[in-house]
Write a protein that binds this ligand. Structure first.
Ligand code: PEP
Ligand code: MG
Length: 324
């Protein structure tokens, strides 16, 4: 399938109206990195760091992690890589970590909640990332932020580690950007100061959608009931983009839906200019984006919204088939 899109691999995802959308890939293993070149992705928009923790019988050593993260940056050859700090709990449980049974793990002690309560592992991971960058730019993103202070505290830990690494004589990253994943509805309503503090926001649509519709992402029966192009959800995404635009913080979407061409089109029509997806989706998404005018797509979405439609999908599909 990659061959089908080879002719546009090195071309930008530029729409008919002249907007260029950056398309990044999601990764989690060193073995994913060759796809950066073969897919033509602009960078790694989400590097999930759980696998190195899940495939061992103990917490990995700092030097081990630094070597892996360094190789990932080497393989990216200067393209940006966004490292997401450990997102465990819920569906990703570390066998060697003591934890108590939780009735609702998806709503439980997970991700940044664990990191802020058990700071040792987070600090070690941040040190590994700083050492891996070794003078190169570093992008770090914290998962599952539900309120401002969680982001502020986690970011402060990173700043503290930078100071500590400096004192120890390590070369600091050329530049550090700190982002938050927006994957709980509460964060969309955080104070303006949160959006000002973040260097970038990445919408984790898999979790955001699960919490928005109160529908378990692991449960097919309820998950499929709610269309991502549901008017309520799209309107919510539009509001998030608006809050980010107000303070000029870049926003991207990195859930699975970013890799579905029609969804990707609707997200960009709602104002997003950056998406991150599995590498195999870059070609199909780029191919569609290069053939559309976003203002027209937005008009179709707006008309569907005022018509009282539950989802904009039928209208968008009609419009697409009419012109392709
Ligand atoms: C998400 O929630 O959309 C996301 C990208 O993170 P994960 O799927 O790893 O929870
Ligand atoms: Mg998530």
């Amino acid at each position: 399938a990659q061959e089908r899109y080879a002719s546009i691999r090195d071309k930008p995802a530029c729409t008919l109206c002249g907007e260029t959308i950056s398309l990044h890939m999601n990764a989690g293993l060193m073995a994913d990195l060759p796809s950066l070149e073969s897919s033509g992705a602009d960078g790694v928009g989400l590097f999930r760091t759980e696998l190195q923790f899940l495939t061992r019988s103990r917490v990995p050593r700092r030097s081990e992690l630094a070597a892996i993260y360094g190789s990932v940056m080497d393989a990216a050859k200067g393209k940006p890589v966004v490292f997401r700090t450990l997102d465990i709990g819920s569906d990703k449980v570390l066998p060697y970590m003591k934890r108590t049974e939780e009735p609702n793990p998806a709503l439980g002690w997970r991700a940044i909640r664990v990191a802020l309560d058990k700071k040792g592992v987070m600090r070690m991971q941040l040190q590994a990332l700083i050492r891996a960058a070794a003078g190169r730019p570093l992008k770090v993103m914290f998962p599952f932020v539900a309120q401002f202070d969680e982001f502020r505290d986690a970011r402060q830990h990173l700043l503290d580690e930078l100071e500590r690494e400096d004192k120890l004589g390590h070369v600091l990253p050329a530049d550090v950007s700190v982002g938050a994943m927006l994957e709980t509805p509460s964060l969309a309503f955080a104070p303006r100061q949160f959006f000002e503090m973040a260097d970038f926001i990445s919408i984790g649509g898999n979790d955001l959608k699960q919490f928005f519709f109160a529908a378990d992402r692991e449960n097919e029966r309820v998950r499929k009931r709610y269309d991502t192009l549901n008017v309520s959800f799209l309107t919510f995404l539009e509001q998030i983009v608006g809050r980010c635009d107000d303070v000029g913080v870049p926003v991207s979407f990195c859930g699975e839906d970013a890799g579905r061409p029609v969804e990707a089109l609707c997200f960009t029509a709602m104002g997003m200019r950056s998406l991150s997806m599995r590498p195999a989706s870059i070609g199909p998404v780029k191919s569609l984006l290069r053939r559309v005018d976003l203002a027209e797509a937005k008009q179709v979405i707006d008309d569907a919204r005022v018509s009282g439609a539950q989802s904009v999908r039928p209208a968008v599909m009609d419009w697409l088939t009419g012109r392709m």
